[in-house]
Design a protein around this ligand. Structure first.
Ligand code: F6R
Length: 616
């Protein structure tokens, strides 16, 4: 949520900052702005709407550039998406510029205090107070990093701040609390950004910033301190294991199309080297001894959105393979209901970005109550894995499209691995059983590929439904979260009324929604395994068809029993029952993407949304 870039070095700062913002636009696209230090002063430009509007503004009214600059792409919180609310915000003298991600909770009292001292604040944002406070502190201490520390000690809430001052033109200062900020370490140049994607074209060396830290960036180096001024002793440098091409569209029209196509590789990469010869799971970082995992008497999964749907599927696998009770909970609800947690509870936090504030707050609450936390995450060095007791990274590579696709499939793979590992550690699964499931998982990448090769009829169907108002999704067992995920994708991309239901719930209310020609997507469980479930869903399909629904049936290849009731049949490969979501979700992603395109929507940047939701 909000993308931030800072640069100091030998290149034209304006160019570097704009290129960085282009890569971060997925984080917010309500407005964009830049500030650069040049000719002894500060030049800034900002514009409501997408980055393209700012670029046009800069083409029409160019600003001078020097070696130091900052930029911002906004997802609006305080104040609408207008030019006046766009970042950077400046002090009254126009000497300080600041960009911000997060929410400053005590901004109203600070604003009043500043107004009392004669400051004129011109926007509706919470951010503007920081520019004025920084200007005041700098005028008394003459050091931008010290001014930032003084200001941060007064702020409440979550914030990443990056600032420049015209009187200290060789420095960019950043600060973070509960919101992401990484340093890119270059040769004679250094970078600050919300995400490594902003500087990956220049350097793959990065530094994670810790909680409540201030960083002072100069051409020749980087100094990190706490808000109290003490040198940071936990600075961790790391090498980013993907390059600039991974964050580019690579010939696809949209990132989402590219990311859907990358799923076979993402699934295979997430499995790579995970299970040792003895069948044990290799986590990336583990601070939970096996003895403690044997003591676990409850698993609680916390996550949001698509990651939550992965968690709902994980519950089936964890309970079936380990016999440990498992709950999956929306992270945003979790801590407010006073959940029962203790040292025998294992909390699994699932997050692509590793920065989702609701999930972060849920895991902090869990740890405070003595629970152990295992993170499943796609972003190296992000806050959620840093604050967890153990981490299993999904190797999906950077996910740029706002709608999550490849991250979801890899989250599922990671969940299955964790379930198997728990089963093994606790003796509910033998080594050969673990190996057999891992073998099934290893085949999935090829099966996802097969699904992708047969998607043309799904795209055609999606185009034919572009004028519909409603699409419903039904599923049972692990197919139920798949239905929820299909509906979420359609809502966020096609802006259509889409709802997912457990098919068994249909007769308890939702069946009233069925009328002539309403498209209903049904995810059919395998006829093997719990075949009773299959028979029941076939009855559900007949019930909705009898009431005029147009049925779009996703079923296992060779499932002849559903064929007569399917207006459109989408066949998927035969997989073990619990693993079916890995193949059944893919047609729903393609369906939503194509429908959104047919409706003329922005596939990678759906309205009102942003990737990486760093506010609660
Ligand atoms: C939907 C989507 C969101 C995210 C959710 C959690 O396509 O992308 O629902 O899944 O915001 O994000 P992470 O996984 O980064 O915690």
């Amino acid at each position: 949520m909000c993308g931030i870039v800072g640069y100091v070095g030998g290149q034209c700062a304006l160019d570097v900052v704009l290129a960085g913002l282009r890569r971060l636009e997925y984080r917010g696209y309500d407005s964009a702005g830049v500030a650069v230090l040049a000719d002894g002063g500060l030049a800034a430009a900002r514009k409501a709407g997408k980055l393209a509007n700012l670029e046009k503004e800069l083409a029409d009214r160019p600003i001078p550039s020097g070696p130091t600059g900052i930029g911002h792409t906004r997802w609006a919180t305080h104040g609408g998406p207008t030019d006046a609310n766009a970042h950077p915000h400046l002090d009254n003298a126009g000497r300080v510029a600041v960009v911000h991600n997060g929410i400053i909770e005590n901004f109203a009292e600070l604003r009043e205090e500043l107004a009392g001292r004669g400051h004129r604040l011109t926007s509706e944002t919470d951010t503007e107070v920081v520019a004025h406070l920084l200007a005041e502190s700098f005028s008394s201490c003459g050091d931008l990093a010290e001014a930032m520390r003084q200001v941060c000690r007064r702020l409440e809430g979550a914030f990443t701040l990056v600032a420049v001052h015209a009187d200290d033109p060789d420095v960019v200062v950043g600060a973070r609390r509960n919101s992401p900020l990484v340093v890119g370490v270059g040769d004679g140049e250094n970078f600050l950004a919300s995400d490594v994607a902003a500087f990956i074209a220049h350097t793959r060396e990065a530094i994670e910033l810790g909680q409540d830290q201030v960083v002072e960036l100069r051409r020749e180096g980087v100094v990190v301190t706490g808000f109290d001024g003490a040198p940071a002793d936990d600075v961790r440098r790391y090498h980013v294991d993907w390059d600039a091409s991974a964050a580019e569209k690579g010939g696809y029209d949209y990132f989402m199309l590219k990311e859907i196509a990358e799923q076979p590789k993402a699934v295979a990469d997430t499995l790579l080297g995970r299970i040792d010869a003895g069948g044990a799971l290799l986590l990336d970082e583990v601070r939970i001894p096996a003895a403690e995992l044997r003591e676990v008497d409850k698993v609680v999964i916390v996550a949001c959105g698509t990651a939550y749907h992965a968690g709902l599927i994980a519950k089936y696998a964890i309970e079936h393979w380990t016999r440990i009770p498992c709950e999956t909970e929306l992270a945003s609800e979790f801590r407010y209901r006073d959940p029962i947690l203790d040292h025998r509870t294992l909390v699994i936090a699932i997050s692509q970005s590793g920065e989702t504030m609701d999930t972060l707050m849920a895991l902090r609450h869990a740890r405070e109550q003595g629970a152990r936390v295992l993170a499943i995450c796609n972003t190296n060095g992000s806050t959620i894995p840093r604050e967890s007791d153990a981490v299993l990274y999904t190797h999906a590579g950077p996910e740029v499209a706002v709608a999550s696709t490849k991250a979801f499939l890899t989250q599922l793979v990671a969940c299955y691995l964790v379930a198997l590992y728990l089963g093994q550690v606790r003796g509910t699964k033998w080594g050969d059983e673990v190996r057999s499931v891992v073998h099934d998982l290893a085949r999935i990448a090829r099966e996802v590929e097969e699904v992708l090769e047969t998607m043309e009829p799904v795209r055609e169907l999606a185009r034919s439904l572009a004028d519909q108002n409603t699409v419903l999704f039904l599923g049972r067992h692990v197919g139920y979260p798949v239905a929820l995920e299909g509906a979420l994708k359609l809502k966020e991309l096609a802006y259509m009324h889409a709802e997912g239901f457990a098919a068994g719930e249909l007769k308890h209310g939702p069946i009233a929604l069925i009328e002539k020609d309403v498209p209903v997507v049904v995810v059919v469980p395998s006829p093997r395994g719990r075949s009773v479930l299959h028979d029941k869903i076939v009855s559900n399909i007949q019930e909705i068809r009898a009431r005029g629904a147009r049925t779009i049936v996703i079923a296992e290849r060779g499932d002849e029993a559903v064929r007569p009731y399917a207006d459109h049949l989408v066949e998927i490969p035969v997989t073990p029952v619990l693993l079916q979501p890995l193949v059944a979700t893919v047609p729903l992603q393609v369906f939503a993407c194509e429908l959104a395109t047919a409706r003329g929507n922005e596939v990678d940047q759906p309205r009102n949304l942003a990737k990486s939701v760093t506010v609660e």
